[in-house]
Design a protein around this ligand. Structure first.
Ligand code: ADP
Ligand code: MG
Length: 487
C-alpha cells in the first residue's frame, strides 16, 4: 500500500477537516505457552488440540502466571521508552460470548504493567512522536467458526488464553499514512525485541482503530467511533478513510456522531455499526481473586534491560553517523533486523556507498519480484560484497555487474567465477581499446569529421559505438579518455 497522504479523501471541504486517530494494538506475545497455562501457542494446529483445563475454564481450575510473558511485556515497555510499573493488577473483564468459556477475560484495567511511552515515526517531512498511553497484558479468547456449517457455530479454543499485549496509543495520529508508519514501527521494535512476531496473516497483530474528525484549528476532539479488530494495515487505512468521510458527511449535514463500536466490511469497503459503545462499567471490572497483584523488583527490570538489543532508532542513528547514509537509506536498512544484518555483512568487506545502492536498488527489486524476504535472498551477503568489489576495482563495469547479478540470482555463485566463465571481464588494456576505437572512428568517418567541425554532441554516439562493439565490456572511463584524444 503506497498510497500517499494527499491521495486520501479525508480533508475535503476545502481542507477544513482533520482526522484524529488512536490505536489499540493487540500484539500476541512470542511465547511457547499461554499466559496462565502450559498449553502450546503454536499456530495452525488442529482445532481444540491445544487447550488445557484452564483454557477451557473447567470449574476449579486456577490460572498461574507465565513469567516469560511478563518479561516479554516489560521488554516491550522498555522498547517503547515507557515507564514500567513495579506493581500491576489483573482484573476480570466480564462479558458473555461462546468463545469465552470463563465468562470473563483476564486483563489489566486500572494498573497496567507498562505506563506512558512513545514511538518515533520517520515521516518524509521529518520525525513525529506518537504517545503511548499504556501497555497491558491480557488473554486472548477462542475463535467462533461460522462458515463450516449452515446451522451451527463451532468454537476453537486453541487461542483461548494466549498472551496478548494491548498497546494503547494517544490520539496522536493524523492520517492513514501515519497509521501505516506507526504500525510498521511498532512491529519493527517488537521484532527486534523478539516479543511479537507481528505476523498479521496469522492474527499476531490486530488493532481497534479509533477515529474522529474535527474542524482544523479546533482544540477539542470530536466524538470517536471504534472500529474493531482490523487485521491488516491496508484495511486500517481503508477503514479510516471511509469512517472519516462518513463522519464529515454527518457533520456537514448538521447531524452529530454517535459514539459507537463499528466493524469494517472488507468486501464492501465500508464500516458498519455493531453496537453503541460500551463503557468500562459495563464490563464490571474487578481484580481477579485468583491472581495476586504482580510485583516486579528493580533488579528484575534491570536484568531485562541488559537483554535489550540495539533498536531501530539507535541503529539508524549509528548508520547515519558511522556509514554516512542518508536518513532515507538508513530508515530502509534498519526496518528489520534481517535487513540490517545483511547490510552490515555486505559492508564488512566492501564499499558502503555501492553496497547501499545495490541492496536498496537491485536486490530489493529482485526480492520484491520474487516475493522473497531478505533472509531468503538467493544472493548471499558474502557474494554480493564480492560483486561490489569487482565493480570497485574496475574488473567489471556497473552495467556488466547487472548481468552478473542476474546470473547470481539464478545461482548463488562467486561472481568472479561467473565473470570468468562468461568472459565478462572489463577491457581496461589501453592498447586493445585504442584498436577498437580506431576501428569505430574509421567506420564512421563522416561523423568524425562533423564532430571535429564542432558538432560535439556526437561524442556520446562514439562512446555508445565503442561500448557496443566491445559487448559492453570496455572500461567507460578509459574509452572517454582515449576517444577525446583520438577525435
Ligand atoms: P476504550 O477501552 O474505551 O476503547 P481505551 O482507553 O482503551 O478506551 O482506548 C481509547 C483509544 O481511543 C486510545 O487509543 C485513544 O488514543 C483513542 N481516542 C480517544 N479519544 C479519541 C478521539 N476523540 N478520536 C480518536 N481517537 C481517540
Ligand atoms: Mg477499546
Amino acid at each position: 500500500m503506497s498510497k500517499d497522504k494527499s491521495e486520501y479523501l479525508i480533508n475535503r471541504k476545502d481542507n477544513q477537516y482533520e482526522v484524529v486517530i488512536g490505536l489499540e494494538v493487540h500484539a500476541q506475545v512470542t511465547s511457547e505457552s499461554k499466559l496462565f497455562s502450559t498449553s502450546s501457542t503454536k499456530f495452525g494446529a488442529e482445532p481444540n488440540t491445544q487447550v488445557s483445563l484452564v483454557d477451557a475454564a473447567l470449574p476449579g481450575m486456577l490460572p498461574v502466571i507465565n513469567e516469560y510473558c511478563v518479561k516479554q511485556a516489560i521488554k516491550t515497555g522498555i522498547g517503547l521508552k515507557a515507564k514500567i510499573n513495579k506493581r500491576s493488577v489483573f482484573d476480570r473483564k466480564n462479558y458473555f460470548y461462546a468463545d469465552l468459556p470463563q465468562g470473563y477475560q483476564i486483563s489489566q484495567f486500572k494498573d497496567p504493567i507498562v505506563g506512558e511511552g512513545k514511538v518515533i515515526l520517520d515521516m518524509p517531512d521529518g520525525q513525529k512522536e506518537v504517545g503511548i498511553e499504556r501497555l497491558h497484558l491480557e488473554q486472548d479468547a477462542g475463535k467462533s467458526i461460522h462458515d463450516l456449517d449452515p446451522k451451527n457455530t463451532f468454537v476453537d479454543l486453541n487461542r483461548s488464553g494466549v498472551a496478548l499485549m494491548e498497546i494503547v496509543s494517544k490520539p496522536d495520529l493524523r492520517s492513514p499514512y501515519e497509521v501505516n508508519a506507526y504500525v510498521k514501527k511498532l512491529r519493527s521494535i517488537m521484532r527486534y525485541l523478539g516479543t511479537c512476531d507481528g505476523n498479521m496473516q496469522e492474527g499476531s497483530l490486530r488493532a481497534d482503530v479509533n477515529v474522529s474528525v474535527r474542524k482544523k484549528g479546533t482544540k477539542e476532539f470530536g466524538t470517536r467511533c471504534e472500529i474493531k479488530n482490523v487485521n491488516s494495515i491496508k484495511f486500517m487505512q481503508m477503514a479510516i478513510e471511509y469512517e472519516a468521510n462518513r463522519q464529515v458527511d454527518l457533520i456537514e449535514d448538521g447531524q452529530s456522531i454517535d459514539q459507537e463500536t463499528r466493524l469494517f466490511d472488507t468486501k464492501k469497503n465500508e464500516t458498519r455499526s455493531m453496537r453503541s459503545k460500551e463503557d468500562a462499567h459495563d464490563y464490571r471490572y474487578f481484580p481477579d481473586p485468583d491472581l495476586l497483584p504482580l510485583e516486579v523488583s528493580d533488579d528484575f527490570i534491570e536484568k531485562l534491560q541488559l537483554e535489550i538489543p540495539e533498536l531501530p532508532d539507535e541503529k539508524k542513528k549509528r548508520f547515519i553517523e558511522k556509514f554516512k547514509l542518508s536518513p532515507y537509506e538508513a530508515t530502509i536498512l534498519v526496518s528489520d533486523n534481517e535487513t540490517s544484518n545483511y547490510f552490515e555483512n555486505v559492508i564488512k568487506k566492501s564499499d558502503v556507498k555501492l553496497a547501499t545502492n545495490w541492496i536498496i536498488g537491485e536486490l530489493f527489486a529482485a526480492l520484491n519480484e520474487k516475493n522473497l524476504e531478505i533472509i531468503e535472498s538467493p544472493i548471499s551477503a558474502g557474494n554480493l560484497s564480492k560483486l561490489i568489489n569487482l565493480i570497485k576495482d574496475g574488473t567489471i563495469s556497473g552495467k556488466i555487474a547487472k548481468t552478473v547479478f542476474e546470473h547470481m540470482l539464478e545461482e548463488d555463485k562467486d561472481p568472479k567465477k561467473i565473470v570468468e566463465e562468461k568472459g565478462l571481464k572489463q577491457e581496461s588494456d589501453p592498447k586493445a581499446l585504442e584498436a577498437l576505437i580506431d576501428k569505430v572512428i574509421d567506420d564512421n568517418r563522416e561523423k568524425a569529421t562533423e564532430y571535429k567541425s564542432g558538432k560535439v554532441k556526437l561524442f556520446g554516439f562514439f562512446v555508445g559505438q565503442v561500448m557496443k562493439v566491445s559487448g559492453g565490456k570496455a572500461n567507460p572511463q578509459l574509452v572517454n579518455e582515449i576517444l577525446k584524444k583520438k577525435l
